[in-house]
Write a protein that binds this ligand. Structure first.
Ligand SMILES: C[S@@+](CC[C@H](N)C(=O)[O-])C[C@H]1O[C@@H](n2cnc3c(N)ncnc32)[C@H](O)[C@@H]1O
Length: 274
């Protein structure tokens, strides 16, 4: 079925001229963008895209659409947040259909909310198109279920990147005790420091943990370790990575077919005891 027929069948909204759509591209695999996100990409006159958006996805843009890099990763020209927001407003005011395409979900640790606030205050019509976030979909691609009723009834999502580029000044004791599973974005370079803080706050040093890099892509790399080993497992590359700590990490072996679920018992030992 072609995209026009699909739009009609699914009754997708029209991408109006002079508006901005803030869409999530998913964690990496181009197949993980939503149908609505792809529909926007096919219709946009201008696409401002982040560093982690796959080139194969950008190739789906309408021929003639303006593709504008708006990423902030090391090694590439870094775009200032104020310039990105200003460009969104100015292109929309010129009557363009403007797609702001961000990695994962636009509102998860990606400054999408800041862009939406600028648009709202400037009176520019906009729509938010949710995406698959790395901390859920990326882990799923790595065969790590973000929840399982035997391991965790709660999850905490944390960013390791403060406004000044340092580890944010968080209450690590509260985080250690708050949920059995912790999922950390942008925390690779602070992995050893975070693990030490969590262990000091009562988390078990031998608790299952993993570093998942380039989740959902052919270059995906999953290093399963313990909380005490997290710093070492996170070292040696600067690929985008999720840190995950908790008993649910041990379920990966079962999903990979290398262990029996029953061999993980007593499952209580997979639960955080902090
Ligand atoms: C600026 S944040 C954006 C998060 C994004 N909005 C989301 O919902 O996934 C970028 C961080 O997300 C994580 N990330 C994004 N894509 C990833 C991937 N494919 N594999 C592992 N981590 C990823 C990394 O921690 C990376 O440093």
């Amino acid at each position: 079925m072609n995209i026009v027929a699909l739009n009609r069948e699914l009754d997708l909204p029209a991408f109006e001229k002079g508006s901005v759509w803030l869409a999530g591209a998913g964690p990496g695999d181009p197949g993980l963008i939503t149908v609505l996100g792809l529909h926007a990409l096919k219709a946009a006159d201008a696409v401002l895209y982040d560093a982690l958006v796959d080139e194969r996805l950008l190739a789906q843009a309408r021929p003639g659409a303006e593709l504008i890099y708006a990423g902030k990763r090391a090694g590439k020209r870094s775009c200032k947040q104020s310039d990105i927001s200003r460009t969104l407003v100015s292109l929309a005011r010129k009557g363009k259909r403007v797609l702001r395409l961000k990695g994962g979900d636009p509102f998860v640790f990606g400054r999408g909310a800041e862009e939406a606030i600028v648009l709202a205050e400037a009176g520019v019509p906009f729509r938010v198109v949710p995406g698959v976030t790395a901390g859920i979909g990326g882990l799923a691609a790595a065969n790590i279920p973000v929840t399982h009723r035997d391991t965790n009834h709660a999850v905490t999502f944390v960013t390791g990147h403060g406004a000044d580029g340092k580890l944010p000044d968080l209450d690590w004791t509260a985080i250690a005790k708050g949920a059995p599973t912790l999922v950390l974005y942008m925390a690779r370079s602070f992995a050893a420091e975070i693990a030490a803080k969590l262990i000091a706050a009562g988390r078990r040093a031998d608790e299952p943990a993993a570093v998942v890099s380039n989740a959902s892509l052919p270059s995906q790399d999953v290093r399963v370790t313990t909380l005490a080993g997290l710093g070492q497992a996170a070292a040696g590359t600067d690929a985008p990575a999720m840190l995950v700590i908790g008993g649910n990490v041990a379920l990966r072996d079962v999903l990979q077919g290398t262990k029996q679920y029953s061999s993980l018992s007593p499952l209580a030992s997979l639960k955080n005891t902090a």
